[in-house]
Write a protein that binds this ligand. Structure first.
Ligand code: HEM
Length: 260
């Protein structure tokens, strides 16, 4: 790769082969949440506590917490419940039925969808002060509604709800637009032609190499997921893909039936 191409990394997306290589390589890290100074139960604390923004051993421990929760879920039950709830939900709110169903399955009490949406809006770095304040309230609501547990466990339960929220809603909207003879066909088309999560990011650690060329430490690498990597790839693919599909299919069973 040319020196010019390497310098361009901060601005240009990877090709699909590069995306696979970056996502398989532990020398490309997820950008971590700024450490320290966060009061427990706040949005900053949440970002510091979830698998999504951790690397190395910390990431492995938190990811195992999330996977253990997901392993308890039955996808047939999730789909049936999503279908049931979608029948009594206004069409514009139907894309958020998955969050409500997952929250119920994780043992949450009360109406939690607005709180999850507020947290999701401020989950990635760069949120405004207003969005952060709303997200702080959302985290407090979720901590009160979810079963009590170790702080890191509760944070990663919230992480599951947040990761579900906008991505699964977008899959439902995109799949409905694609259409198809079944929910399965509609989501397959959407994941191929109009994926809900189109990109992610990594930061090069010391010694990172791509296409045989060194990438300077700290270089931000935007990673394109539109070439068949809708649920990520490599070291940390989406652990909730089966759950996401079960929930989206339940909602789409109803939406596609209604539009026939
Ligand atoms: C259509 C819906 C979804 C899509 C397209 C999607 C996509 C993704 C992608 C691309 C990543 C990797 C990000 C990266 O490598 O930087 C990811 C991570 C993650 N997803 Fe999903 N996701 C969806 C739904 C869900 C659901 C329903 C759950 C949980 C029930 C979930 C839980 C997670 C978690 C915990 C991570 C972080 C994993 C880690 O960092 O080790 N996702 N998702």
């Amino acid at each position: 790769m040319s020196a010019e191409a390497l310098r361009a990394y901060g601005r240009s997306m990877t090709t699909t082969d590069q995306a696979r290589a970056v996502l398989e390589d532990p020398r490309f890290l997820v950008p971590e949440a700024p450490a320290g100074g966060a009061a427990p139960g706040t949005m900053r604390w949440l970002r510091q506590s979830v698998a999504r923004f951790g690397n190395g051993a910390v990431h492995r421990r938190r990811r195992a917490l999330a996977e253990a929760e997901l392993a308890r879920l039955d996808e047939t039950v999730l789909r049936d419940r999503a279908r049931e709830l979608a029948r009594t939900t206004a069409p514009d709110l139907a894309p958020y039925v998955p969050v409500a169903v997952l929250a119920e399955a994780l043992g949450a009490r009360g109406e939690i969808v607005p709180a999850v949406r507020a947290v999701a809006a401020a989950y990635q770095p760069g949120a405004s002060d207003t969005a952060m304040a709303r997200a702080d309230d959302g985290v407090a609501t979720l901590m009160a509604g979810l079963p009590e547990g170790e702080p890191e466990t509760v944070a990663n339960l919230i992480g599951l709800l947040v990761q579900t929220c906008d991505a699964t809603a977008a899959l439902i909207v995109n799949a409905r637009r694609q259409g198809g003879s079944s929910a399965e066909e509609a989501t397959a088309l959407a994941l191929r032609h109009d994926p809900p999560v189109r990109a992610t990011r990594r930061t090069a650690a010391r010694g990172a190499v791509l296409d045989g060329c060194p990438v300077a430490e700290g270089t931000e690498v935007p990673v394109d997921l539109t070439g068949g990597l809708a649920f990520g790839h490599g070291i940390r693919p989406c652990p909730g893909s089966r759950c996401a599909l079960a929930l989206a299919h339940g909602v789409l069973d109803v939406l596609l039936e209604e539009s026939r």
